[in-house]
Write a protein that binds this ligand. Structure first.
Ligand SMILES: C[S@@+](CC[C@H](N)C(=O)[O-])C[C@H]1O[C@@H](n2cnc3c(N)ncnc32)[C@H](O)[C@@H]1O
Length: 385
């Protein structure tokens, strides 16, 4: 398990890793039930500011443990799954540390690449067998990236991707009137018409949240378009001491199960983030004023920002569910509708199930095949308004 004490002064990386750990554990275990080969690709592996000798506070350390664990679990069930990790790092000092990791994981095929990620990518795509499931983690330090340069990777079948979208930098760059920077942001976010939307939002007095929604939605749309992904979603990592977004982990999948697991893990990471941030703020205030108790009690009394945000998300999910439900005589299967709701809002499948069941009792949605005794809709049920 990742541990907060490895992340002094970089609590944002703790939140990223809590999410990654939970997600990879579930993803690798689940996909290994179907695929005989799983490949994890870390394009910007580090180690980066790692404080842990075993690299338990790095993305590749977290991934290697998830691969090892899933392999061992399936082996006890008589199933052999080959696990691979392909790790790329450009910096020589970091690469020297990375290169030693393979010997610690003899049960996983570890290949390290001392290269620029884009240069290493064609060779990596070449060695991933076409029937393998691949998970790509793209976590660059900066934001200068031509998204189309990743097209072959994004278009690969049986794949998922998480891209760390450096919102704080990109948000500033998006308003700069410098042609090289403008071109850079256009190359990173080629679709979604974000520039016009930002201008219109600015005229209405856009908040940082409005700008984030426009930029991150457009980036998600670009990922989906280039890679033909059905579902894209993001989870935001805040700055440790202010309520502003630092970066957004943008996720793309073609599978409903992926978006279901993403939201489960996101919720856990958001609760962990709220706890870590409260502790960091109290520590910071104590360092400045020498008083701890007063700040602890102020934090306990503060309105629960996360809960407020999540209940707003549930209300918006209800609205989306109603909008997506066709009016009779048309109908749609519930299995087709719920993943679209999850892709748009920070809600879990059990939340949407409960909302759907309530809308049924309120006769706002009709499920003609609802069986007696069922408390939530089944995936194959047809639904209409
Ligand atoms: C943000 S850190 C990665 C952190 C790591 N993913 C984690 O979560 O533990 C980015 C890393 O990418 C490396 N890097 C920067 N540019 C690169 C490039 N073009 N290709 C490969 N690695 C690069 C940096 O040296 C640094 O170690």
């Amino acid at each position: 398990m990742v541990a907060i004490h490895d992340y002094q002064g970089r609590e944002q990386a703790y939140v990223k890793h809590v999410f990654l750990e939970r997600y990879l554990e579930r993803l690798v275990h689940k996909t290994a039930s179907r695929y005989d080969r799983i490949v994890y690709v870390d394009g910007f592996a580090g180690p980066w500011q790692s404080a842990n000798e075993q690299f338990q506070d790095t993305s590749f350390g977290i991934a290697l443990r998830a691969l090892r664990q899933a392999k061992a679990t399936w082996k006890t069930n008589g199933r052999e799954v080959k696990m691979s990790a392909y790790l790329v790092e450009q910096d020589s000092a970091a690469y020297d540390r990375l290169a030693g990791v393979a010997t610690r994981y003899p049960d996983v095929e570890v290949k390290t690449f001392h290269h620029d990620f884009l240069k290493a990518l064609p060779a990596i795509l070449e060695i991933i067998p076409s029937q393998a499931f691949a998970f790509f983690f793209i976590d660059p330090k900066g934001w200068r990236f031509r998204l189309h340069d990743l097209a072959k990777m994004l278009q690969r079948d049986h794949s998922e991707v998480i891209f760390n979208f450096m919102f704080d930098f990109i948000n500033r760059a998006a308003s700069m009137k410098d042609s090289a920077i403008e071109q850079g942001v256009d190359e990173l976010i080629p679709y979604g018409g974000w520039r016009k939307k930002l201008e219109q939002a600015e005229e209405r007095g856009a908040t940082s949240e409005d700008r984030k929604a426009i930029l991150v939605d457009a980036f998600g749309e670009s990922l989906a378009k280039i890679g033909s992904y059905n579902y894209v979603a993001e989870t935001t990592v805040l700055k440790p001491l202010s309520d502003r977004a630092l970066y957004c982990l943008c996720y793309a999948t073609r599978h409903p199960k992926g978006i279901e697991v993403f939201r489960d893990c996101q919720l856990k990471a958001l609760h962990e983030q709220a706890k870590a941030r409260a502790a960091t703020k109290v520590k910071h205030a104590e360092a400045i004023t020498g008083q701890r108790e007063i700040f602890e009690s102020l934090h306990e009394m503060a309105p629960n920002v996360l809960e407020t945000k999540l209940s707003a998300a549930r209300r918006m999910a209800e609205k989306t569910l109603l909008e997506l439900t066709p009016a009779a005589p048309a109908s749609a299967k519930y299995a087709h509708i719920w993943p679209q709701v999850l892709a748009k809002h920070i809600v879990r499948l059990p939340d949407v199930n409960r909302i759907a069941a309530r809308l049924r009792t309120e006769q706002k949605i009709i499920f003609p095949e609802w069986e007696p005794g069922k408390r939530v809709p089944q995936p194959n049920y047809k639904m209409h308004k």
